[in-house]
Design a protein around this ligand. Structure first.
Ligand SMILES: C[S@@+](CC[C@H](N)C(=O)[O-])C[C@H]1O[C@@H](n2cnc3c(N)ncnc32)[C@H](O)[C@@H]1O
Length: 298
């Protein structure tokens, strides 16, 4: 069986942030006196371990995830990065964190609220284990924004194609929420949840990271992105695999007929993109939208 977010734990995840941007954020968040950190829905450790370079050297990080496989892999990854003395992992549910109240100086998550039924309830639970005056900080996307990012290949395609893609994505997102599996654009709502939960000093930023591709795709980063994109384009894959996409689309009140039409068109476009990649004739600014929202517990 597929494990949660498996498709997105490839090498490309190492290129999600600009390090100098995170250094700037560390100053804005005043991370210098953080001691104990909780990384909720840690996956195989990318986010929490990335923070190692901006957290004080004496700080300790605990990661929790409900998938025991991910917890094991995160521990191995921490060891490989020489972080195993500071980093430990355990199985746990974000909605019922296995920690006492008022325990951590910083509680954080990346792309986790977008997968849960009730993101505000998860934030409330994260807040419970945070010390008074502690920092709650989350990185969550608006993934719909990416649907409007164009490339040289699709620049002159009819407007209706873009609108259909956006509509399809909106229907899938509605279905994903109806199934209790979260919203891919939850980032838009996080500042409001922070305010409703009574957080103070709320700050909202957007990551300055883009993932441009332009021939001859020379950098290591472009090579990694290209390889991953080609791997997805080689098979029945869109944002999700065919089975999940259909599940979300139907739950969002789409019809079987619409799904079939959309999917066969999407796979046709995939072939066009694939050809352009292979012929080294694809370029795009590769913009994305990830919010960083933070606040202090009163
Ligand atoms: C997209 S991944 C993000 C992983 C990691 N935060 C990162 O950015 O690399 C989402 C993770 O959330 C975990 N997850 C989803 N719902 C959860 C829950 N209720 N409790 C704990 N973990 C959960 C999944 O198992 C998965 O590892």
């Amino acid at each position: 069986m597929k494990r949660h977010s498996e498709e997105y734990f490839g090498e490309q995840r190492d290129y999600w942030w600009n390090r100098d941007f995170l250094e700037l954020m560390a100053k804005r968040w005043r991370l210098d006196n953080i001691g104990l950190v909780l990384d909720v829905g840690c996956g195989i450790g990318h986010w929490g371990q990335l923070l190692a370079s901006i957290l004080p050297k004496h700080s300790k990080v605990i990661g929790v995830d409900r998938e025991s496989d991910w917890v094991d892999k995160a521990q191995v990854r921490a060891k490989n990065l020489g972080l195993d003395k500071r980093y430990s992992y355990k199985k746990g549910d974000a909605q019922n964190l296995p920690f006492k109240d008022n325990h951590f100086d910083l509680v954080t998550c990346q792309t986790v609220l977008m997968h849960v039924k009730d993101p505000k309830a998860v934030l409330k639970e994260m807040l419970r284990v945070l010390k008074p005056k502690g920092l709650l900080m989350v990185a969550e996307p608006n993934n719909l924004a990416s649907a409007m990012v164009k490339s040289n290949v699709d620049a002159k395609w009819p407007i209706q194609i873009i609108l259909d893609t956006v509509k399809f994505q909106l229907i899938c997102d509605k279905g994903k929420q109806a199934l209790g599996e979260g919203s891919n654009s939850v980032g838009d709502f996080v500042p409001g949840y922070f305010s409703e939960l009574g957080l103070e000093q709320i700050q909202v930023y957007i990551s300055d990271k883009a993932w441009p591709l332009y021939p001859p795709y020379k950098s290591k980063e472009q090579q990694v992105i290209l390889k991953q994109s080609l791997e997805w384009l080689e098979r029945d894959f869109w944002i999700w695999d065919k089975e999940d996409t259909k599940r979300f689309f139907m739950a969002g009140d789409g019809t079987e007929k619409e799904f079939k039409e959309f999917w066969s068109r999407a796979m046709k476009y995939n072939k066009i993109y694939k050809q352009a990649y292979k012929q080294k004739n694809f370029s795009s600014g590769g913009g994305g939208m990830t919010y960083l929202v933070s606040g202090r517990k009163p």
